[in-house]
Write a new protein. Structure first.
Length: 110
């Protein structure tokens, strides 16, 4: 069981959602946890971080023996989490709009 500290609110939220969703959510959580080195609050979620996570998923997939379609599925899962966080009032409207401006929440990003 991981302990969560201030500055890890987003990771805690992600883990809570992953625990009640299909396995891919838990796998995506682990990849995001590794990407952020265990530190990520809601305030840190922006288009740049999301874009870097996408690049991390695509470029890092070879080292993890992760096929491209699996990397895309994990990123789609991450986008679903962002949409859910916005609907639940966890992400501010500015952040949500920024993610749309950079097409991060759009389907078929690759």
């Amino acid at each position: 069981m991981r302990r969560f500290y201030p500055g890890q609110e987003f990771l805690k939220y992600f883990k809570e959602k992953a625990d009640v969703k299909p396995d891919i959510w838990d796998q995506t959580y682990e990849l995001f946890y590794e990407f952020t080195k265990g530190r990520c609050g809601f305030i840190e979620i922006d288009a740049e971080k999301c874009g870097r996570f996408y690049i991390y998923m695509i470029q890092g997939r070879r080292a993890k023996n992760l096929p491209l379609d699996e990397a895309e599925k994990h990123y789609d899962c991450f986008k679903s989490l962002l949409k859910l966080a916005y609907k639940e009032g966890k992400l501010c409207e500015y952040t949500y709009e920024e993610l749309h401006t950079y097409n991060i929440l759009e389907e078929g990003r690759s």
